[in-house]
Design a binder for this molecule. Structure first.
Ligand code: APR
Ligand code: PHB
Length: 391
């Protein structure tokens, strides 16, 4: 088999890249280890930056987002006894959209399937070959157990943090930066109307809590928990009690409505960046190159920004043999990656409670500064609502 670009991974990065490449007249084949049903059902974060929304609209993926997505002017930031609204529209003129990554994924798969995109699901043994040559290739075993080989002009590694693409760049040719955090998130999906119109990020001495949502009937909530947390220690009653205490149920007349929990899991947090994001004819995008903790809601948006930059670069490379954009890809993408890495680390460090009481005082001082200073609030808003693709 031959194609112009082999895309490894059918997450949002890989699927959006195949869509953008098709828009540039470039043919691709996607290979994915999981089943289509699995990929469509994964629960992930759900905030889209202004520029992500604009891009999805521009490429014909905005219809359901505009109908069912929830546009938010900003977020609430709080500590015990006080809740403050940060109005991003007033502060920086940009809003954000709450539209689950699961929904983005459904729209992408529907659009690509309608367009006849070739996608191999449930493959095994995916191996990258000759990535330093002008004609790299990928081998794998397909769902029927047949050995397959796809020759291409470029490979896009969109296979997340556990895929083979990032490892295909030799150790001596790359640099990795990592930060582990001493806490995790316990995330729940609950069949109850959100108790808030916009997301609440709460600092609390017991630990961080967050109230997000998926739809007018579905809430998504998170609690900071220790890294070794066993989910079976957390009964639904215990989860609601902790959420109520940390989010301020009963404070200033606000009530947290509880309801049936339909999904609960513990999510580790880490920061990770690998550079370069291009090696020969292999290009990394999304989680394959970088991971951010979820506190800044940047993971999906960074994946979108990467492929928005990568698609025209690949088109110029494989169609026109022009490698200028391809040569610039890694450095330009990494500038944005590091901005979002810093913002995600900063939000995480400001809101999660650790062992050191000195840190807790600094956090509360930082929060009071954001509550009271337009300059400080604007910095948060500018990053949260999203900087332009070319930051
Ligand atoms: N071969 C093919 N596909 C693979 C392989 C492999 N060996 N290993 C992993 N994959 C697939 C995974 O099953 C997954 O579907 O690659 C895909 C990677 O998708 P994501 O993990 O969703 O990553 P990405 O598309 O970069 O999206 C980034 O996802 O993790 C969140 O917070 C992150 O929101 C961000 C977004
Ligand atoms: C979510 O809705 O799942 C969500 C929202 C914002 C975050 C993280 C997760 O910062």
């Amino acid at each position: 088999m031959r194609t112009q670009v082999v895309i490894i991974g059918a997450g949002p990065a890989g699927m959006l890249l195949s869509h953008l490449l098709a828009g540039e007249g470039v043919e691709s084949v996607v290979v994915e280890t999981r089943s289509e049903a699995y990929v469509l059902a994964r629960i992930r974060a759900g905030v889209l930056e202004h520029s992500s929304v604009e891009l999805l609209r521009q490429v014909g993926l905005g219809e359901r987002l505009d109908r069912e997505g929830l546009e938010h002017r900003g977020i609430y930031l709080q500590s015990p006894g006080e809740r403050h609204h940060l109005d991003f529209l007033d502060l920086v003129g940009r809003s954000v959209w709450v539209y689950g990554q699961t929904e983005v994924q459904k729209d992408l798969v529907a659009a690509r399937t309608a367009a006849g995109q070739q996608i191999y699901y449930e493959v095994t043994d995916v191996t990258l070959h000759d990535v330093e040559e002008s004609h790299p290739w990928v081998s794998f075993i397909d769902a029927q157990g047949r050995s397959q080989r796809i020759d291409a002009s470029a490979i896009a590694g969109c296979d997340g943090s556990f895929g083979p693409s990032r490892a295909a760049i030799p150790e001596r040719c790359k640099q990795v930066w990592e930060r582990a955090y001493p806490y995790s998130w316990l995330g729940v999906l609950a069949a109850v109307a959100p108790s808030t119109d916009e997301l609440i990020y709460a600092w609390h001495p017991d630990g961080f809590a967050m109230h997000s949502m998926r739809s007018p009937e579905l809430s998504r909530l998170y609690l900071q928990v220790p890294n070794d947390t066993d989910i079976t220690d957390w009964s639904h009653a215990r989860i609601w009690d902790a959420l109520g205490a940390r989010l301020g149920d009963g404070e200033n007349g606000w009530r947290l409505q509880s309801g049936p929990i339909t999904d609960a899991s513990v999510l580790p947090m880490r920061s990770y960046v690998q550079a370069p994001m291009r090696f020969g004819r292999l290009f990394l995008a999304g989680d394959a190159a970088h991971i951010v903790p979820p506190t800044g809601a940047k993971g999906l948006n960074l994946a979108i920004a990467d492929v928005a930059r990568l698609a025209p670069a690949l088109a110029a490379l494989v169609d026109g043999n022009d490698d200028r954009l391809a040569d610039a890809y890694s450095e330009a993408a990494l500038r944005r990656v590091w901005r979002c890495t810093h913002f995600s680390w900063w939000m995480t460090s400001m809101l999660h409670v650790g062992a050191d009481p000195f840190d807790a005082q600094l956090q509360q001082s930082q929060l009071r500064w954001i509550y009271s200073s337009q300059a400080a609030a604007t910095g948060l808003a500018e990053n949260y609502a999203g900087l332009p693709f070319d930051v």
